[in-house]
Design a protein around this ligand. Structure first.
Ligand code: ADP
Length: 374
């Protein structure tokens, strides 16, 4: 079994810089887990602690059932793939892939067998006699993966392995790495700062922020049920629109006020929030796709178009509201031009609300029971 368990794992550099704050994380056997977050949030440090390349300042780390706090990197049965492929330029592709096995004094025949198997999986068979300089960026990255595969590790660790590739190749390699994971049936732990990469590759995603874990969830759940404002903003492109406002009680139900107009929360949302939040400050969030061009101004927002991005399949319309820029994703069939006034409705069952102080969601996944029994 190659599950990995982090229990209150902490990293302090030089007695001062707290890079990772006592995190708890259970990584399941054979899963593809992605660590994502902005630069400096502690992703690489976490991965390097799992690898054994960085000492743990506190807590306990398990790989399988073994506590590995004091186990050296070379004895952890993990393989790591880095951003800069770190290939040896003077060696052939065969020798580059074989290198970790030679270091471990594996027999020649066994080495040949494993290298050929890895080359076959990665479509490198025809390149084994070449030197790295004669390969494309994508092929070089595959050689780095091959060097990890030959070791039959319990766990693969990948640190931003695609960031040196151009955009097109990155997308292609994304799919290849996912296929590789399925084929190898091994635990993969993958670090990236790119939310699209995380969303398209991970079985589960860990969103990190300032050395702590914000949320661990499937891509679908992170998008639909962000537990914090940070996750809501980080996941999704274009970003969720967020605005600080107050929840108000009206004759027709709970509402938010935007530009002096009240908008009733949808029934689904209303049932899931604690009425104690009425009158309190909240962040109101709405994703760009929850806007629609309105046929009449009733219950709609009217705003002036600031910028337009035509993506082909949809159009991103940027507009000013409450002194900030908002974005709506609309059907390209609607003609919209700069300076136009657009009238938009919001799907009020697809909105998000966060406590203004704690920045945690106030929308329960389950329907809140009424305070007074009926
Ligand atoms: P990420 O991978 O999310 O970009 P890192 O794990 O590399 O973040 O870094 C987390 C924090 O730890 C950052 O503030 C970074 O400056 C700091 N840090 C990383 N490595 C070292 C080091 N060797 N010495 C001191 N501080 C470090």
């Amino acid at each position: 079994m190659s599950h990995v368990s982090l229990q209150k794992v902490k990293k302090v550099y030089g007695g001062q810089v707290v890079a990772v704050k006592e995190i708890d994380l259970e990584i399941r056997d054979k899963e593809f887990l992605v660590l994502v977050g902005p630069s400096g949030c502690g992703k690489s440090t976490t991965l390097r602690m799992i690898a054994g390349l960085e000492e743990i300042s506190g807590g306990r780390m398990f790989i399988g059932d073994e506590m590995v706090n004091y186990v050296e990197a070379k004895d952890r049965d993990i393989a790591m793939v880095f951003q800069n492929y770190a290939l040896y330029p003077h060696m052939t592709i065969f020798d580059n892939i074989a290198f970790p096995l030679k270091m471990r004094k594996v027999e020649k025949e066994e080495i040949a067998k494993r290298v050929e198997h890895a080359a076959d999986i990665l479509q490198l068979t025809d390149y084994l006699n070449r030197k790295p300089a004669a390969l494309s960026g994508g092929q070089r990255q595959r050689v780095a993966l091959g060097r990890a595969i030959v070791r039959n590790p319990k766990v693969f660790l990948l640190d931003e392995p695609l960031s040196n590739l151009d955009a097109k190749l990155r997308v292609a390699m994304r799919a290849e790495i996912v296929k590789l994971h399925r084929r190898l049936e091994t635990t993969f732990i993958y670090v990236t700062h790119d939310q699209t990469e995380a969303m398209t590759m991970g079985d589960r995603i860990v969103v990190m922020n300032e050395g702590a874990i914000e949320q661990v969830d499937t891509p679908e759940h992170l998008y639909k049920y962000p537990e914090t404002k940070f996750v809501a903003e980080f996941i999704g492109s274009p970003k969720m629109n967020l605005h600080q406002t107050t929840l108000v009680d009206t004759d027709e139900g709970i509402a938010v006020v935007l530009q002096g107009q009240t908008f009733l929360l949808g029934d689904e949302i209303k049932r899931r929030i604690d009425p104690a939040y009425i009158g309190k400050d909240v962040y109101f969030g709405i994703r760009p796709e929850a806007f629609n061009i309105a046929s009449s101004p009733t219950d709609a927002l009217t705003a002036s178009v600031e910028t337009i991005e035509r993506m082909g399949s949809d159009t991103h319309v940027f507009f000013q509201l409450e002194n900030q820029t908002w974005v709506a994703r609309i059907d390209p069939k609607y003609p919209v031009s700069y300076g136009d006034n657009v009238t938009l409705t919001m799907d009020m069952n697809e909105v998000y609300l966060f406590d203004a102080e704690t920045e945690k969601t106030i929308i329960q996944k389950e329907i809140v029971a009424p305070a007074v029994p009926v």
